[in-house]
Design a protein around this ligand. Sequence first.
Ligand code: KIV
Length: 286
Amino acid sequence: MERKKVTIQDLMGKKKEGKKITMLTAYDFAMASFIDQVGIDMILVGDSAGMVVLGYESTVPVTMDEMIHHCKAVRRGVRYAFLVGDMPFMSYNISREEAIRNAGRFMKEAGCDAVKLEGGLEVVETVKRITLAGIPVMAHIGLTPQTAGQLGGFRVQGKDAVSAQRLLDSAQALEEAGACSIVIECIPDKLAGLISQSLKIPTIGIGAGPACDGQVLVTNDLLGLFERFTPKFVKQYIKLFPMIKEAVEIYKNEVETGKFPGPEHTFVMEADELSKIMVNKIHKEK
Ligand code: KIV
């Protein structure tokens, strides 16, 4: 069957049919192309870029221009997946006008299909305004890394009845505000199940158990490319970092010992042509 570009309607349809939605992050053309070829439904250019590719300590320093730069590269590698651009810290918190303007940049400059922003009840009005401007919004509740300090650090959210109720209320209010989907990060599995059942829009879980409508992981975590720390909810499907390190060490050694480049990696000149140059050289030197 010919592949078609994934739409919001396709994602809603998958939820209705009880089919799981797949989502991964990407930050550049090459990784986006691989992920798209496999048939992953959604690609998120996460502000996790700040930590896993830009080397910041957190996602807080990431700027709009950095996000647009990564989104443009990813866009060039994606033909089918639904592409979501992550709004960085302070790009949607200062005023609704600025939030709409910045969300618009993800669509106009980078060709994203939707934007994602973090927060619960406090961002409901912003989600509504961006949606009314014609930009699909993916919400993000639970552990929200941009404001992890306020949440007491990187820890599971919604463990008691009061905070669990707040998350459920937030999810419902975000859906009413027009959100097309919602990331649920680091909350207990039963609460994630309850939220997923209570919404028409798909929930995409990360550290929220199997009852969500879909799952997302940071691709660099899944591939074992981020060494600084590995959260409990990450499954590493391969450990690429030591493999890359070993390959680079072998290269270094081969260059230093003259083993690389070998004849198979070298362009040669016909002996005749070479002797013509040598003759010319001798003439010039006379
Ligand atoms: O920035 C990111 O990669 C994210 C995902 C972890 C959902 O927000």
